[in-house]
Design a binder for this molecule. Structure first.
Ligand SMILES: [Zn+2]
Length: 123
């Protein structure tokens, strides 16, 4: 587990390089949109979030396990993160953006998950 919420993490960079090679162009970490989406495809009106499993509370994921120490603190913290995430996704939807969530653990070694993002962009 990383102690800080980091940007430009390995899996996210991997995804970005992959999409760039495929010819997609996008903006990253767009702070003017709810939740500051990691990748924004303006012309398609689609956004992709690359979520860290721990901070965004990936259900059932081994990387999202709450530490035994200070577990109440962490539970509350992650709950408020996921609540905020849901609100951001809902607001984006209302604004007409299509949203895809990619979990970091899914990007780790599975090529098929990269192509799922392409499918999302092309649908
Ligand atoms: Zn995960």
């Amino acid at each position: 587990m990383r102690a800080v919420k980091s940007r430009d993490t390995g899996p996210e960079l991997q995804l970005r390089r992959f999409l760039h090679r495929k010819g997609y162009r996008y903006n990253i970490h767009v702070s003017t949109l709810p939740g500051k989406p990691d990748l924004v495809f303006r012309s398609k009106r689609k956004v992709v979030f690359v979520n860290g499993c721990f901070w965004h509370g990936h259900k059932g994921c081994s990387r999202a396990r709450i530490p035994k120490e200070n577990s109440l603190f962490w539970t509350k913290k992650i709950d408020s993160n996921t609540k905020r995430d849901r609100e951001n996704y809902a607001t984006l939807r209302q604004l007409g953006w299509k949203t895809m969530i990619v979990w970091q653990c899914q990007l780790k070694d599975e090529y098929s998950n990269l192509t799922k993002v392409v499918e999302f962009l092309e649908e």
